[in-house]
Ligand binder design. Structure first.
Ligand code: PMV
Length: 316
């Protein structure tokens, strides 16, 4: 039997990160230029239940039983076992590779979980829906994030642009006109869990200030939705700039992110903002498609450690 493969894309958040944890709207889109890939091979030479894991990006090469029960990969297996009511797994090897930057706000954790779940379900001959993948990976997101809103697992499992509010059915977004973004990594690593806790701490000290900022972000997300769905998204750049200013006020930007946002705006981007939890990681800059390559180079000369160009468009 050949290897069974599961893949999942990265993602970026166009509006509403952090506010979405507090019940406001946010917009996320998949980025398929970066992918997590899980390959499962049968291992009839091993005892039933023995699972070999190799994940070179995160220096894992061991049996599943050697990982702690709380490790996200162990959780994928224990949740699958419970969900499918299995006694044990057939012997197998699982290889995980990902080109999604880690701890950079591009959904690497959710994408890896979903890629493994898809490969595992396929290997076991079990059909699955995007919603099932989303719900199962949400349980694993709790380990990475502590208090996840669910936006990462939803956008990655459904692989479509979404308008998202916690505990409500999400809306698929229609993209009225293609949108090109340069994604630029400032090189500072930061974990979503720490940034979400940082915001929680400040929110609990000044709830009315933070609630007012989240309300403004909610309004911006709704305006951004209208812009994305229109054929002339002229004001989207300005909405991204306002969103970045609010994220600065929430306290999740950093000098490296601000520097890249300012550089992008000085070099022709229509708008730019930090993307994801902040404290490091990526910015996104909205740019005319023909100018994207040049802006990516400029951002690299200004300190970005890597750049990705992605165009979001209606695919159906
Ligand atoms: O995974 P990141 O870094 O893109 O962060 C997800 C967005 C947050 O709003 C900060 C957290 C969440 O659970 O929604």
């Amino acid at each position: 039997m050949p290897a069974v493969i599961g893949t999942a894309p990265g993602k970026i958040i166009l509006a509403g990160e952090h506010a979405v944890v507090y019940g406001r709207h946010a917009i996320a889109v998949p980025v398929s230029k970066v992918q997590a890939k899980a390959s499962v091979y049968p291992r009839p030479d091993l005892k039933p239940g023995v699972i070999r894991i190799t994940a070179p990006n995160i220096q894992i090469d061991c049996n599943l039983s050697e990982l702690s029960e709380e490790h996200p990969i162990s959780k994928v297996f224990s949740l699958t076992k419970e969900y499918l009511n299995l006694n044990h797994f057939p012997a197998m090897s699982l290889q995980i590779r990902s080109s999604i930057p880690i701890a950079a706000g591009m959904g690497s954790g959710a994408a890896v979980s979903i890629a493994i779940l898809k490969a595992l379900f396929t290997f076991l001959g079990k059909p699955f829906s995007p919603e099932e993948m989303s719900c199962l990976s949400f349980e694993i997101e709790k380990i990475y994030h502590g208090n996840p809103s669910g936006i990462d697992n939803t956008v990655i499992a459904h692989n479509r642009p979404i308008f998202y509010k916690r505990n409500e059915p999400f809306q698929l977004l229609r993209v009225g006109s293609p949108l090109t973004f340069v994604i630029a990594d400032c090189g500072v690593k930061s974990t979503t869990r720490d940034m979400v806790e940082y915001v929680r701490h400040h929110w609990s000290e000044s709830p009315s200030k933070y609630e007012a900022l989240f309300d403004q972000m909610d309004w911006l997300a709704a305006q951004a939705k209208n812009a994305i769905e229109s054929e002339k998204p002229d004001n989207l750049g300005n909405l991204l700039i306002q969103n970045h200013q609010l994220l600065q006020q929430i306290g999740v930007s950093c000098p490296e992110l601000d520097h890249l946002v300012n550089t992008a705006l000085q070099h022709g981007a229509e708008g730019a903002k930090l993307c994801g939890a902040g404290g490091g990681g990526n910015i996104i800059a909205l740019v005319n498609q023909s100018a994207a390559q040049l802006l990516a180079q400029t951002l690299q000369h200004s300190g970005a450690v890597s750049t990705i160009i992605t165009t979001i468009q209606q695919n159906d």
